[in-house]
Design a protein around this ligand. Sequence first.
Ligand code: KIV
Ligand code: ZN
Length: 519
Amino acid sequence: MAKARETKKDDQRIIKIFDTTLRDGEQAPGNSMNIEEKLRLAKQLQKLNVDVIEAGFPIASDGDFEAVKKVAQTIKGPEIAGLCRSSEKDIDRAWEALKYAGEKGRIHTFIATSDIHMKYKLQMEPGKVLASAVKAVKRAASYTPNVEFSCEDAVRTRLPFLAEVVEAVIEAGATTVNIPDTVGYTIPFEYFNIIKYLKDNVPNIEKAVISVHCHNDLGLSVANSVAAIQAGAGQVECTINGIGERAGNCSLEEFVMILKTRRDILPFVTNVVTEQLTPASRLLTNITGIAVQPNKSVVGANAFAHEAGIHQHGMLMEKTTYEIMTPESVGLLSSALVLGKHSGRHAFKKRLEELGHELDETRLNRAFDRFKELADLKKEVFDEDLDAIVSEEAREEDHYKLEHITVTCGSFAVATATVQMEINGVTVRTAELGDGPVDSAFKAIKKLTKSKAKLTQYNVGSITGGTDAQGEVTVRVSEGNHSVVGKGSSTDIIVASAKAYIHALNRLSCKQKRLIEAV
Ligand code: KIV
Ligand code: ZN
């Protein structure tokens, strides 16, 4: 795929893209990823050429620590950041994981600076918060010169105090200072003025890059980030598909495409290879099982679909009548139909690479076998079918595996499912009755796995059009405080349902195992 790296002109400023999909993004319900999934996404972020990857919060759990360490060991190019509170223990643990990135490792430490957070959450006086911030930055700087400090809830912080903290942490060695809108409260005009205030009132501000980190509670995270760079910010923190705490974070693809599309009035460029945006969005969706809304800007299924006749007519005459950016520029490949049953391994592998998927030899072989099976059932295999195959084959070794499922059902039958699974290397089988085929299948799986998890969501859709399309099932299961999503696909929707349910149970058991290990 062609790379369209922007060339910077003299009057343009490069804005650093700090991707926090693996940290703030992963904190959102249902978006948690295991180490292998984080690494896959990190490799795609490397292709996207983001400047910084925030890989996790190392002290939060052993799983998070291992993920940051693995990303730091593997990824070449972007800097790798790890989050930590302003305590020695947190900072030391973060560096233990980040040190593998060498000079590309960045310690990102934070403490809240707003009155409301200091009083109720930290129960600390402002002077003590300031001292903790300085101490934390000095400790981090003893490991690396690459230190970022965040004033949590900066937007609701008294401006003179914010300026005091920013000046002090820069003096202590912070090379990036982040001014987050932690609760998604600000509006563009106000945020512009906050950044401008710091530029005008912090004497050493030029010694650090000002970063911005906007949440989307009022739907303004992208607009606020644009306003901030106009006021002088040099780094934007964002996530793929805008995932993140609550309503999410600034969407990377939207922010980057605004700069690219409105070069006429915005004198900024990023290093992002925009053709990798769609593969990144799809990969994340495949990993988490959470689809983006169809009308989502840039990466939604309808973002480039022109339905109205008058629009289609205009497009045929001249594309720019209704198209402000091309699908190709965001990596949406025009030929959706890709392969059929005569396609060979080489073509299959090449297409996967174009779609941003990299599989090791064993997984590639398994995926190719599944592709052949699918091509026998379906005349045409589309990109979306390949995404679904890869998302199943790229998963970690599963604890629970589906071997066979047979369901009898109909208007005059009591639905009965017979399910055979492999659990911890042992083959087990049972049959259950239920209210319909899915219910009976899930009851049988529940019995075999002895799971106590509750099914809280079940959705079925089709991956492409046509009656031979693969059904794609997404389920959510919850147990205690944990909630995970599972996905499965097949031309038979009962098989897809069983796969999705088992996928969710596998993810839940991994998550529970990681938490037990962390205690
Ligand atoms: O939203 C926020 O304030 C954060 C910080 C930890 C950077 O995520
Ligand atoms: Zn955040």
